[in-house]
Design a protein around this ligand. Sequence first.
Ligand SMILES: [Zn+2]
Length: 302
Amino acid sequence: MRDIHICEVGPRDGLQNAHHMMPTEAKKRWISALAAAGLEEIEVGSFVPPKLIPAMADTGEIVAHARTLPGLRVVALAPNLKGFERAVQAGAHKITFPVSASRAHSLANVRMTPEQMVQEVRKCRDLRGVEGPQIEGAVSTAFGCTMQGEVPEDDVLRIAAALAECCDCVALADTVGYANPAQVRRIFARVRKEIGAKLEGAHFHNTRGLGLANALAAYEEGVRAFDSSMGGLGGCPFAPGASGNVVTEDLVFMFESMGLATGIDFDRLLAAREALVNGLPEEPVYGHTPQAGLPKGFKRAA
Ligand SMILES: [Zn+2]
């Protein structure tokens, strides 16, 4: 029984923003080690045009490998209909669409307005057969945007509500690491009121060191599904020197030490961290718990 569901997004969010390329075979070893540590869900890649993001060119092969790992839910990101079709063909169990609440970010990233992007998701939902993959709508830049600055909460609410109508679940993402805990509580509460149980996931970056604080704030608003990346991989293109996503190792430690089961074994998680470092030796990795070790007498949540 897991109290908390963690989706490891390092192979996608981390590697996509990393300065170095991880070879395909190393990716497979890393993902296998993550699954062996107890990660039940891994976002393994993104079906974007390979010319745009070369680090994601092998996503089809990576999805095929991840599908051989028992019990693992394989997640892939798709920015549009074409990406969705490739993800379905590859056999992803869950496909995530990032939909920016910021108009400026949406236009720059996918050359569509947020409303057009919702239409695109709706088209994909209509194409999906009965046996098709789960579709998640992730509201990105939900807490602020590097281009637009403030993102009105009403815009976040509107996009989340539109996505709830055509997706199996909705997540809120602090794409650029602007969120603070008070804001997280307020926006999650407002969106929860609007779309209820369809609101599932939280995706935070640790750009300004508030990743764990924001995760805890979301937990207190009833969120039980979190994205994180091993070693806080990936950095932030807008903040040189900053870490990427919330660090998986620290997130696991926080919840386990609070008595909340994640289903993840810490020693095996460190073995997966080794697989990451071996596959990408020049890339900086972060994390307090891996550096300090577990406290004396630490017990995993039952
Ligand atoms: Zn992200």
